[in-house]
Write a protein that binds this ligand. Structure first.
Ligand code: NA7
Length: 536
């Protein structure tokens, strides 16, 4: 349909990462006219932008991939247990070409504003370059970790050397040979890049405010035999994953840690550590709910750090003490702690020796100036809400999302915000998203939304809007589910605690993908309980 100069689409998807591209595919399969606007110069979302050295997914590649098409699943061969950023990007490119998705995507179209016209029941999205795009439904698939956080450190702009961001790494990457490099932050991005930066640079200074738990990734090539087995077991693996908590087939130790003998506990933890990866955080079934059980894993990980890091003071500085293990996302590494045994690598504990300012020469802490040629910010993201609140989104009554969420995000199922009809989010706050396999969570939410739009069309509804009371109830339920665990004990980005002034509300749904899926299905079977459908 067109009005004047504008084509009116059924659905406009914002973002062409894993979630957005699947949305394009699924909505098109549902017979809808779909367009997609992507801010980046290429498709891929997070995997386009986060191209820092060592960038790799911390979910196994055979799980962190689309499950909607058996042939795709069988044809694509992942070379390693954990895929590198370039391999994931190659996969996304392959999917886009295979399913003819590129024709629907416009690149370098950052959406800066959107408003809803109640008269026509349409959204108009405006892009940075002044374009306007109109659609009946607007779907934000803008990612949970896509709005970079640049801390406001005095003097930051005066640095005379090169400033880099892990979340916006240039291509081709700069040469660090012979350079004195500093990196601020010790989250997953830093922990993956530090061993490689240390190899390239003349010296590396790591500025750490809060230490993180990291488990060896134990990445390796997948053998031909494994590839055959993966293919044979894929359908069952996916079936189980879709109903699981985290979107994988992981099974914890069959007994709670508290019920194990010390020998059993040690063996289970050692086995979890030797398996490598984030699932060490789920070794025991009670690890997220029982502090004493969590302590066993925490102390085990601390011992490992002490065994690896030769300098005792550096080792102690690298051991987290502020949160139960796993309540911030566990990092996975390939030689992170070992890197601190190199002569040219040093750790600055910012709790003891805080940054005073950045100068032309480098980073000045209370103990003196660290002179640098390159300064890398690995300082995280305004997670889960930032990509939405940074867009000026206005509902029919003039409400803005950033105002509506002034005290924390309120959503229904993480897919809709009260006061914003016909606008949906994928992997939004209130959905399992970042606590599960995000490719599977995106597939589930997009499929469910396609059903919701079909239902609206079948019943002649022009507007779909969640009831405010239903959204408030769901948001409270999400918080209560988190409160029953140890998660709120960490100052994590799950809680918004990493951004100054951001209201604290636990954003992801901890009950997991399977429970969430069942809840969504029950709501659908109940005639989409909680939503109001209005005809024009
Ligand atoms: P994270 O995990 O949010 O890490 C950001 C790091 O930056 C973290 O160590 C922060 O310390 C640090 N930071 C942020 N601001 C400052 C200032 N002002 N001074 C010093 N240090 C600062 O982001 P990542 O990109 O590493 O990983 C994000 C997710 O991507 C990860 O969880 C995986 O799921 C994939 P803090 O802890 O706030 O003291």
């Amino acid at each position: 349909m067109t009005t004047g100069a504008h084509r009116v689409r059924d659905v406009l998807v914002v973002g062409a990462g894993f979630a957005g591209l699947y949305a394009v595919h699924a909505f098109r399969e549902a017979g809808l006219d779909v367009g997609c606007l992507e801010a980046g110069a290429a498709i891929g979302g997070t995997w386009f932008f986060n191209r820092y050295p060592g960038a790799r997914c911390d979910v196994e590649s055979i799980d962190y991939s689309y499950s909607f098409d058996d042939d795709l699943q069988n044809d694509w061969v992942w070379s390693e247990r954990y895929a590198t950023q370039p391999e994931i990007l190659a996969y996304i490119d392959h999917v886009a070409d295979r399913f003819g998705l590129r024709q629907h995507v416009q690149l370098e179209k950052r959406v800066t504003a959107a408003h809803f016209d109640e008269r026509t029941s349409r959204w108009t999205a405006r892009t940075e370059d002044g374009d306007e795009h109109i659609a009946r439904y607007l779907v934000f698939a803008t990612g949970s970790l896509s709005a970079p956080n640049k801390p406001d450190i005095p003097g930051a702009d005066s640095f005379a050397g090169e400033t880099l961001f892990t979340a916006r790494w240039p291509e081709p990457g700069p040469s660090l040979e012979g350079k004195r490099v500093g990196i601020i932050g010790t989250g997953s991005s830093a922990i993956q890049s530090v061993p490689i930066l240390a190899e390239q640079a003349r010296s590396l200074t790591v500025f750490q405010r809060t230490p993180n738990y990291s488990v060896p990734a134990l990445n390796r090539k997948l053998t031909d035999e494994e590839q055959r087995r993966i293919r044979a077991e894929y359908p069952e693996r996916r079936r189980k994953s879709r109903l699981s908590g985290g979107g994988s087939t992981h099974e914890p130790y069959p007994k709670p840690a508290q019920e194990c003998t010390p020998e059993e506990r040690e063996a289970a933890l050692e086995s979890g550590w030797r398996s490598g990866g984030v699932l060490f955080g789920k070794t025991f079934p009670d690890q997220f709910t029982d502090l004493a059980s969590n302590d066993f894993a925490r102390e085990f990980a601390a011992r490992k750090i002490r065994e690896i890091v030769q300098d005792p003071r550096t080792a102690e500085d690298l051991i987290p003490t502020d949160h139960p293990i796993g309540t911030k996302r566990i990092c996975t590494d390939s030689g992170y702690f070992e890197t601190f045994n190199r002569d040219e690598v040093s750790l600055v504990n910012l709790r003891r020796d805080p940054i005073v300012r950045i100068t032309a020469a480098g980073v000045e802490t209370s103990a003196g100036c660290h002179e640098l040629d390159v300064l890398v910010y690995a300082t995280g993201f305004d997670a889960m809400t930032g990509a939405l609140t940074r867009v000026d989104i206005t509902g029919p009554l003039g409400d803005r999302i950033r105002d509506a969420w002034a005290e924390g995000p309120v959503t229904y199922l993480g897919v809709q915000i009260p006061g914003f009809p016909n606008l949906f989010t994928v992997n939004g706050p209130g959905s399992p998203s970042v606590l599960a396999n995000m490719v599977l969570t995106a597939e589930q939410q997009v499929d469910w939304l396609a059903g919701l739009i079909r239902h609206a069309d079948d019943t002649g509804a022009a507007q779909v809007e969640v009831r405010r009371d239903a959204a408030i109830k769901w948001t409270e339920h999400v918080q209560q589910a988190a409160d029953a665990t140890l998660f709120p004990r960490a100052n994590s980005w799950y809680l918004g605690a990493n951004i100054e002034g951001k209201p604290r509300r636990f954003m992801p749904y901890v009950a997991g993908l399977g429970a969430y899926r069942r809840r969504c299905d029950a709501i659908r079977d109940d005639g989409y309980e909680g939503f109001v459908f209005t005809s024009r």
